[in-house]
Ligand binder design. Structure first.
Ligand SMILES: [Zn+2]
Length: 363
């Protein structure tokens, strides 16, 4: 049985160690040779170019590296530039834009169909080992929020006409006709029907993900499904994970093989115990299926450097018996050329974790 088959067949004993790789234009054989030496056994290919690269996929298969195609769903600046009518609308009545984040409204059937068709074609032609659903949530720019950022400063969405009509049709509730403008309607919804609106928002996102997963599995039944999730604890930002992002982890756990909280502790100015707490909390919802994604290096230009010691603590927090493994965030693997100590730490931790899992499986 090759390693990819092992990965599918026994997720407990053969933990996933993956790289969320944004792009790669160097030779693939030496890259995958190094990964195998380190104990990395999967790649989460982010760019469209990488996802559609048959040679990259074939080389990975030859060297036993599982390929997950990252499917970006509701963050899509290109589609929005072509058709600004698709923008999600915030509670202030403005387009859902912050920094690089441009979000599409989640109730546009043509957009949804087009995204599904795009990923159907990729799965048909590339036959990847997995699909990794990203930006499967309502608009929120969580990447620059601090732990103490006030919940009320985070914008909610989507309050466009399409979403408000759909919500009323689905819930049987009626927004009073006397209200004019998005801000008034949003205020009424939050005052009078917030719980129903949050549940509807969550269901909308879960349905997107579950329907896409089901369509893609009809093409390739052994396709693994991962979902990237906003790294918020249940109490944070006034239940922000559900209220703002519309991510219901219990619903996701009903059909996804893995959930990957984006635990970028350096970027968010959090510490390793925060990763531990998040993993322990979410493992109750998805036991043995978490793939916390950690940083090796700063993601943004102004972040502090990550020491070797801190990186080791990130790994230890992410790689617990509760998790299915871990992912590493890498803009570019070549940036890690000078990180020999971090690579050695990773190699040692992965080998020890695999040995511990094999022993506990045998025992
Ligand atoms: Zn909308």
């Amino acid at each position: 049985m090759d390693e990819t088959a092992n990965l599918r067949g026994n997720r407990i004993a053969h933990l996933i160690a993956g790289v969320k790789l944004f792009d790669w234009d160097g030779p693939t054989k030496p890259l995958f040779d190094e990964w195998r030496e380190l104990g990395i056994n999967s790649v989460f290919a982010v760019s469209d170019r990488l996802a559609a690269d048959r040679g990259f996929r074939q080389q990975a298969a030859d060297q036993g590296i599982a390929v997950f195609i990252v499917a970006q769903l509701l963050m899509n600046q290109r589609a929005l530039e072509a058709n600004p009518e698709l923008y999600a609308i915030t509670d202030k009545g403005e387009r859902a834009i912050e920094d690089w984040a441009h979000f599409v409204c989640p109730t546009r059937p043509e957009y949804r169909r087009a995204r599904y068709d795009h990923f159907r074609r990729l799965v048909e032609t590339q036959q990847p080992d997995g699909i990794s659903l990203d930006f499967i949530r309502h608009f929120v720019f969580w990447e620059k929020l601090r732990a103490d950022s006030p919940a009320e400063r985070i914008l909610e969405s989507c309050f466009c006409d399409s979403c408000l009509q759909q919500f009323q049709a689905d819930s049987g509730l009626h927004i009073p006709a006397r209200l004019s403008g998005t801000a008034e309607r949003a205020a009424w919804l939050r005052q009078e029907a917030h719980r129903e609106f949050i549940e509807w928002k969550c269901r909308l996102i879960s349905d997107w993900a579950a329907d896409l997963a089901s369509e893609l599995k009809s093409i390739k039944p052994d396709l693994l499904v991962n979902i990237h999730t906003v790294p918020w604890l249940p109490g944070e930002y006034d239940d922000g994970l559900r209220r703002v992002a519309g991510q219901d982890l219990a619903a996701f756990a009903g059909f996804a093989d893995y959930l990957s909280p984006m635990t970028y502790a350096g970027m968010l100015q959090r510490d390793p115990p925060w990763i531990s707490q998040l993993v322990a909390t979410q493992a109750k919802v998805a036991p043995g299926r978490l793939l916390p994604c950690i940083q090796l290096r700063p993601i943004g230009e102004t972040e502090a450097a990550i020491s070797d010691e801190l990186f080791a603590r990130y790994i230890d927090a992410a790689l617990t018996p509760d998790s299915a493994g871990l992912l590493l965030f890498a803009w570019d693997w070549q940036q890690l050329a000078g990180e020999a100590t971090k690579k050695a730490i990773l190699q040692g931790r992965l080998a020890a974790a695999r040995e511990a899992r094999n022993n506990s499986t045998l025992g």
